[in-house]
Structure formats: C-alpha cells, structure tokens
Design a binder for this molecule. Structure first.
Ligand code: ZN
Length: 307
C-alpha cells in the first residue's frame, strides 16, 4: 500500500525511531481508569525502548463521539505527563486513505455488497455466514461492504497472551469494511493508520485480541508490515465487571495526577513503592520507565481495580 501522509507527519528527529507505539482512544467519553491503564502501559513500553509514542483519535463514529471528549482525553494525558510525540492523528480526516485501501481490496476481488441485517445470521450473529457472496443486489439497495476471508488459520504470537489463532471463515466470517451508514469500519481504519504511522508495537486491551487476526489478514492484503502485539488484561471492578465508558466508569481525577498514576502502576502489577505516592509526577513516571516489567502481566486476562 502506498503511504499517504496527508497533513500528518512526525517531526524528522523522530522518524528514525526503531520502536513506534501508539495510543488510540475513541472519544466516546473522558479518560477512565481502564483507558488510563492502556495509555500508561503503551507509553511505558515505548519510553523504555527509546521509542516514540503517537496519539491517534479514533473518531470515525460521529454519533457516539464528541469533540469535548477528544479534547478531554488530550487534557488528561497532558495533566498526567503522558506526553505524545508529533501531532495527533484524527481518523475523521483520513477518509481518503481508507477509500484508497478499499479500492485496493476491490481490485483484489475481496469486496462484496451485503444487504443482511443482524437478524439474518441466526443464532450466532457475530459470525457472518457468507449469505451475500453470490447474491445479486440492486445498486439502490442499502448495503454494507464486506471483505471475503479465506478458510485458513491466522495466528499471532502475543507478547502477553501467547499464541492466539482464528480461522476467519469459522470464527468471524466475511467482515464489514464499510458500514451501511457509509462509515468505514474500525478494522480497516486501524490497519491503514498503523501502517501509515509506521507502528511497530501495539499495546492495547485484551478486548481487541479477537480483532487481531482480521487485522493481520488486512495487513497481508494491503501489503503492510505486521506490528508486534501485547494485549493487556482488562480492568474489572470488585464484582468482575469490565470498567468501561458504557458502564459509566468515572473519569480519572487529573487534578491528582500522582495518585492516578500510582494506582495505575499498582493495577499493572508493577509494585510501586509506597514512598512514590508523595513523589512528583515526573519522578513516578521515571521510576516506572526504569522498572517497567510487562512480563508481570503474562497470561492474565483481568486486573482488579484498586480504589
Ligand atoms: Zn449479507
């Protein structure tokens, strides 16, 4: 795939970094304890490797998102001294690049229109049975565009979760690239942007582990190199429920950044010493960079919230 830089570019001094990580929140709400864990872990992983850490706003779904939330996330990261390199990339400004990638997939005969609704898929609505692969569709019928997948196993060696594989035919089916409402799907946008930004290392929540084989598949079709992956355990409350914006998780209190970072480090099993609690924010982060041990999270799927 041709890399199209648009107006986005990392300053030249950062171009040569060997490790290129990123944090890519969707602005559906403010930074909460769960998204702070992802931000902090990916920041630490990049800084420990003398890498760069890029910020991407995954604002592709306007009905669910707001500019206030996007600005609030940037404000929170700044207050926590989790500074990013280069300008923020906004997916809402990348439509042309997604269009190009779609054209590549069309040229490879991978794309077909689908008029199904979720109810058409029977019991397991997460797996598309290929209904529209051969169906004749009128041009004026509302349709999504799906990518035709292969009947073969795709595997990833995750740094934290180990070996993970799917056969896309069996586990997801042909998946959506462009939605019925005209919006590009996350799976395509994330692959196109990771490639354009030259991302080498993805540190993100385990809820995205099952998206990874679809992204590897698209990386192959679009001739993108494959990043390394580390999928973090998800933060759960005392009842074992995932903390999420949808569940009304409270935003991180950024007026007390040291406390928020200390707690996040403890949740990430980094065992910060008590005296750090009263240390300046920069000292906490410096300690954390020196001590960063992602192996403490090996094979864990959930982390208990500390309040
Ligand atoms: Zn269909």
């Amino acid at each position: 795939m041709k890399s199209r830089k648009d107006s986005w570019a990392v300053p030249e001094r950062l171009e040569k970094a060997v490790y290129r990580g990123r944090f890519a929140p969707s602005p559906t709400g403010l930074l909460h304890a769960g998204s702070l864990l992802t931000a902090l872990a990916s920041w630490l992983d990049a800084r420990t490797s003398d890498g760069i850490w890029l910020l991407r706003m995954e604002d592709l779904d306007p009905p669910r998102e707001s500019k206030e939330a996007a600005d609030g996330i940037l404000f929170a990261l700044d207050a926590l001294h989790l500074h990013w390199d280069g300008p923020v990339l906004y997916q809402s400004q990348r439509i042309e690049a997604y269009q190009d990638a779609l054209a590549t997939l069309v040229a490879k005969d991978r794309i077909f229109p689908c008029i199904c609704s979720r109810q058409d898929f029977g019991n397991d609505s997460r797996i598309y049975p290929g209904t529209c692969r051969e169906r004749l569709i009128q041009p004026d019928q509302a349709h999504a565009l799906r990518c035709r997948v292969d009947d073969r196993v795709i595997s990833v060696e995750d740094r934290l979760q180990g070996h993970y594989s799917q056969n896309l035919i069996r586990d997801t089916g042909d998946f959506v690239i462009k939605r019925k409402d005209g919006l590009f799907a996350y799976q395509l946008a994330v692959v196109v942007d990771d490639a354009m930004q030259g991302i080498t290392d993805i540190v993100r929540g385990i809820d995205l582990l099952d998206s990874t084989p679809r992204q590897l598949f698209l990386q192959e079709l679009l001739d993108c190199s494959q990043p390394r992956y580390a999928h973090l355990p998800v933060l759960v409350d005392k009842d074992g429920n995932k903390l999420s914006k949808q569940q009304g998780a409270a935003p991180v209190d950024v007026t007390r950044p040291a406390e928020a970072l200390f707690r996040a480090l403890a949740q990430l099993q980094q065992e910060p010493p008590d005296e750090l609690l009263t240390a300046p924010t920069q000292d906490i982060l410096q300690w954390a960079v020196n001590a960063w041990n992602p192996g403490a999270l090996n094979n864990q799927t959930s982390l208990r919230e500390i309040s």
